[in-house]
Ligand binder design. Sequence first.
Ligand SMILES: [Zn+2]
Length: 423
Amino acid sequence: MLEDDPQSAYAKAAFNIRKYYWKILKVEHEPRVVTLADFADRDIGTEHFLIAQKHGISTAFAAWSRDGGKPSGPIQHSYPGLNDLEEHLSKIRKSKRKGRCLHFDAGSRCTHIVDAHSIQKNGALSLIAENGKVIAPSRNYTDFRQNQGTIALSLQGIGKVSTFRGFCAAHDNDVFAPIDKGPVVPTREQVLLYAYRSICRELFIKEYSAVLYAEQAKQLPPDSVVHELLDGMRMGTEIGLKSLQYHKQVFDECINERLFSKMCYVLFCTGQKPNVVFSGVIYPDFDFLGRQLQNLADYTKPWGLLAFSFVPLEEGWGLLLSWHSTSSGACIPFMQSLATRIHEKGDGGEFLFRFVIAGCENMAVNPTWWSSLSDDQRTAIEHTVFHGADVLKMPRADYLAAGLENVAAWNFEKVISQMEPET
Ligand SMILES: [Zn+2]
């Protein structure tokens, strides 16, 4: 197994065994780190080590007959359907989602649903595009497969990057005019709208994912492990969705009543040329020091939510981190841990780059900058983007503490912050 830690390796191994409807009675050797040298004198060991390194996993079975019958050497088997989980997940990623207007006042007038950009087309995507193209997470099944099930980044036209069919033309225009039609100052209203757009995209995608997981699970026998896993993912998505619905309602009320005073934010500004644009939301579970902020296994109350966006500024660009004061319980300690790390190491850019890449797959990269990176750097970025999306991987407490050093060279010269509501 090619994995980051023994727990994830075990989870994947167990999953692959249970695909054959086998029950694990006992584990004789717990997962441990091995090198090629460990297999030097084992008959098919070297070959399988290399397969695992290339494809992520390699499986060999040994069997004994009850009557102690004739022994035999290794037999090569091919098992079609070993990657059926990836196939189902890929179908979900690619499926065409029917649109609906998420505006709180949506109704019969919302007939013309548009492909709304969650990362602005003019002002963000166009800033990093070359000949109208950017590098972005691929929805293409072949790319997905060739990258061994890892989300690949590929060259794409900006027309479809980051879009979701979550608003009608009129409401999209109406609601987002203060951020789409002028530079970011920022006002608390603008801060709210950036966060709101990210929340709506996430909600739109989660709603459909829950339905699609259920549809895919239905095609499989209920006692199959893939069915069980897809069903678990549906339940997990529905729990996350409930929390998102709560936050969207809080934001809906703010917009409806034009009350923006409860929005808090930290804006990191730079005059550098942008190389990555992004927008997303996370429930901060661990801070930059690896300490737990909120327990995502406890879903008795909504989790605190933090939004982050690339924002074009009059000069240069900014990374906007924002939250409604109802999420301050998780977001303020999160920001304080970032301040501690910056104070220790003096390089906020590195932490923030890691945070953005680990936090979302709703991002796009400048093609020239992408090709200037080494193969290892590109793989590391793809690996990090995918980390949260890999269902069999264990969550890591330290995912914000290290990794992707010396890649982006972000350097923020100025910070504007309002961490408390306006009184
Ligand atoms: Zn509408």
